[in-house]
Design a protein around this ligand. Sequence first.
Ligand SMILES: *Cc1c(COP(=O)(O)O)cnc(C)c1O
Length: 488
Amino acid sequence: MRKEQALLFELGAPGRRGCSLPQPDIPVKPLDELLPAKLRRGIPLALPELSEGELVRHYTALSTRNHGVDSGFYPLGSCTMKYNPKVNEEAARLPGFACLHPCQPAESVQGAMELLYRTEACLAEITGMKRVTFQPAAGAHGELTGMMLIHAYHKSRNDQRKRVLIPDSAHGTNPASAAMAGYEIKEIPSDGRGLVDLKALKELLDDDVAALMLTNPNTLGLFEEDILEIAAAVHEVGGLLYYDGANLNAIMGHARPGDMGFDVVHLNLHKTFATPHGGGGPGSGPVGVKEHLVPFLPVPLVERGEKGYYWKDDLPLSIGRVHGFNGNFGVVVKAYTYIMMMGAEGLRQAAADAVLNANYLMERLKKSYALPYDRRCKHEFVLSARKQKKKGVSAGDIAKALLDYGFHPPTVYFPLIVEEALMVEPTETESKETLDRFAEVMEEIARLAEEDPERVTSAPHTTPVGRLDEVRAARNPRIIWDGDEGSE
Ligand SMILES: *Cc1c(COP(=O)(O)O)cnc(C)c1O
């Protein structure tokens, strides 16, 4: 049954305390002497008064009201909600990292600079790029940075190109980032294979095209197998290739965007490299570039000289800074820990296992749900609830029903080219037992959609809250307790 969680203000009683401090063993001045009366408030602050036990129970109860990777399966497609090893947290909390100040002189933060230098080398090797900046705070920020780099590159050649091409399967941040950088967007249709329509692409290519933004594997979880031909065609007209690396989890250690012909990539450390995300960050969206784009990178870059590591900021063509200091450094520490722990072989294996898990689930679920692009997938696949929709059960209803079984739903209604899309990404960190249980539950929901659709359309039944009015929750949030329960 649903239970409202009382607020701290509604709990406790006057005089109750959460701690007991010893009497000070030095003389304490009366309050009047410490703070003049005119500076003191006339009415005491209305703070809740609780025992330590009440307080701990309150926060422990709150902590269990949401779903996270530590509480259960989280197959949110495109988001790579893999398990985040706790050793990453340990490393990021080491005082030598956590207690640094970003304004410290370089000689006093050599260890942190070495970590940035080494992580850059790892990511450059994994992606096939020359240099990497850690400033962007997330994937979308990396995309914007990448578009600014591409703009600076063309500008330096006195070549003012106006257009960026983006497939219709792309993540919504792609067109948003390109538009924010001042580009006009042209959409490329997908073909019957779910891949870039090569003929349509070639028709759109001319010397006004600044770049093609591509995700590979794309958001259908399918590898763009014509990538070499695509890259050659874009380069032929003087355009650049931008790689949205949010899906790198499918191919790391097996194929490199740099070798496919990409000039710029962004990675999501908070997806592929096992650092936590959700709830607003912090994330990290490093951007890697090939040699010809290095002069435009944000400053400063970490360099190694004879006397150790130093900040290099004399890049006259740099786009400047896109973040204070060096981005979200703590996230980089976690990603570095993960990379070191996995090693090259481990990263290769993680990608292979992610692909295996996705194909295993896909083969099983395509019996109860439509699979519009029925091909070998990479790390994720996209089902359609169009069969269930005929009974009045939508992808959104299926997502809500999954909550009753303790699973986080897949991504729904994305990519836009699939009707009633359910995009499933199991990740490599799940066991066969978990995948089997999820498949059983999805089959059960498909059966309910046939036999008792109302049960699915009225879900969830067991969560702390039911179907929220998401628009109202975002537009009219109640963020102040006014003591009047039930008021708006
Ligand atoms: C997550 C994602 C992004 C955006 O990354 P953020 O870190 O959320 O800004 C871009 N493209 C794809 C394909 C993604 O999955």
